[in-house]
Design a protein around this ligand. Structure first.
Ligand SMILES: *Cc1c(COP(=O)(O)O)cnc(C)c1O
Length: 493
């Protein structure tokens, strides 16, 4: 199976090459030339398997250069004790129609772990397959969650080093502490004076510096990114849609073969797109509900076919969905249109004017499979309180957006179809906002909020978050943005 760029549609590369490159040379994203098909027997077989085995089956269909033994070893190392639940991605089924797929039992308590625990191993195996001898050095600029998840994913993975830059005044106290206490012998974390854009611009400049590239090459290093547009981050996410379907059937909430809807809290469109791939492979899915917060650019896009990022950027209590450019949408546009020239044209308009019109045919194609919806920050918080009071189930601020959007839609339609709400973070990760949603008055800030939420709800906090206040700070340096490259050079001396 070859992977082609969404802006070229030809000259395919192998899966391992797509994972090494991340982004295609023409600026496009890699997609599989054809989507592998499965039948109901495949899904029936998965239903009897563990999460790890399900992941191996799904990954194997996309990563042909990887042997079964290789994928089994990778899945074993990626989805083991590092998750605090034996099911890895358990399904919570409170009633017949609604279930929550919990993707936050990994080491950083957010769904990015589902991909970032495995992607570093796919990357190093890909490098070996392509004869790369040098050490890959991952550079990340983060506004919070991705940096920590990447650090945990790459920590002590042989043949890799990772350096994360975060804006000194732009992440929460818990996020800062999570990164500053990072363990591992191949990691480095540095704050940058300025905001997220400063950090990101600095990292991009380093990636573009050809002289620096030569210097690093001489020392046996080369730079790469762990960006969410990398196919190696998307493909592991397909597995949990199959897994959730099987668990719905196993729980007696769905008949094998019956259609299931998914409601996904969306930012960069990566998570929900993985679900769409599962559907195209043959998973019986009715529709995808694309749930947004106040930054509802996708809701408008699905309704009108016009993508327009010229609008105010709103800070919400679901920060991982505060996004105006949903990069992975490009993959959907290519797969639905099959027309790379058209995709290139739309993406050029997006970077030039911040806006494009996908056209009537594409709008209809998107609407056939996706329904958009958004909710205000205050309504998402109210949803956390309601579900806690009525069902004793605690959600984080991102999951609450999806839960609320689903409920609003059901009220509008006057009917409920079996739906899985994709739950993307532990409520303890956003303790302050969750406590506020529950009506608890707190004078605490930072890691103390974790204990406070545990005391208020009687629920146990995930271990890595509970112990955060007591961990040793290993990284407390900050640099000016002009000095980022020097910091990298010192790290890779
Ligand atoms: C990244 C993230 C999202 C958004 O996922 P996308 O793949 O970017 O759509 C939602 N919730 C949480 C908690 C996240 O970390």
């Amino acid at each position: 199976m070859k992977y082609v760029s969404t802006r070229q549609g030809k000259d395919g590369v192998t899966a391992s090459q797509a994972i090494i490159r991340g982004i295609a040379p023409d600026g496009g994203l890699y997609v599989p030339e054809t989507i592998p098909a499965v039948d109901m027997d495949f899904i029936r077989r998965l239903a009897a398997m563990s999460y790890r085995q399900r992941a191996v089956e799904v990954l194997g269909l996309y990563l042909e250069e990887f042997s079964r033994e290789e994928l089994e070893a990778i899945a074993e190392a990626s989805y083991g004790d590092n998750f605090d639940h034996p099911a890895v991605a358990p399904l919570h089924v409170p009633d017949g129609d609604t279930a929550y797929l919990e993707l936050w039992h990994g080491p950083t308590s957010a769904f990015k772990d589902m991909a970032l625990q495995i992607m570093p191993r796919l990357l190093t195996a890909s490098l070996r397959k392509n004869g790369e001898q040098r050490t890959v050095s991952i550079l990340v600029a983060t506004s919070g969650d991705t940096g920590k998840a990447a650090l945990e994913g790459f920590r002590d993975v042989p043949g890799t080093r990772i350096m994360v830059f975060y804006p000194r005044d732009g992440v929460s106290q818990v996020q800062k502490l999570q990164m500053a206490t990072q363990e591992g012998n191949n990691v480095n974390v540095v704050a940058v004076e300025g905001n997220f854009d400063d950090a990101q611009t600095g990292v991009k400049r380093i990636f573009g510096d050809r002289d620096f590239e030569k210097v690093l090459d001489g020392r046996g290093y080369f730079l790469s990114s762990a960006n969410s547009i990398n196919w190696g981050r998307l493909v592991p996410q397909i597995a949990y849609y199959f897994s959730a379907y099987c668990d719905m059937v196993n729980a007696g909430a769905l008949k094998m073969g019956e259609k299931l809807d998914f409601c996904v809290p969306t930012g960069n469109f990566g998570n929900i797109l993985a679900g769409w791939y599962a559907k195209r492979m043959g998973l019986p899915v009715g529709r995808f509900l694309c749930a947004s917060n106040d930054n509802n650019v996708l809701t408008d896009f699905i309704a009108t076919g016009v993508y327009d990022k010229n609008r105010p950027f709103r800070l919400t209590s679901s920060p991982s969905m505060d996004i105006l450019v949903s990069s992975n949408l490009e993959r959907l546009l290519y797969c639905l249109s099959g027309d790379a020239d058209r995709v290139r044209d739309m993406m050029e308009k997006l970077s030039g004017q911040g806006r494009y019109d996908a056209g009537e045919d594409l709008r209809q194609a998107v609407q056939a499979e996706f329904t958009g919806g958004f909710c205000r920050d205050a309504d998402a918080k109210a949803e956390i309180g309601r579900v806690w009071r009525e069902q004793g189930y605690l959600m984080d601020t991102h999951t609450a957006v999806a839960s609320r959007v689903l409920r609003d839609l059901r009220e509008k339609e006057g009917a409920a179809r079996p739906t899985v709400v994709v739950s993307t973070a532990s409520p303890f990760k956003f303790g302050g906002a969750v406590l506020e949603a529950l009506g608890a008055v707190t004078g605490e800030t930072g890691p103390a909020l974790v204990d406070e939420l545990a005391a208020f709800t009687g629920l146990p906090a995930p271990k890595p978050l509970a112990g955060l206040g007591k961990k040793m700070v290993r990284f407390d340096k900050w640099v000016r943005k002009e000095d980022m490259e020097r910091a990298v050079s010192e790290f890779l001396a």
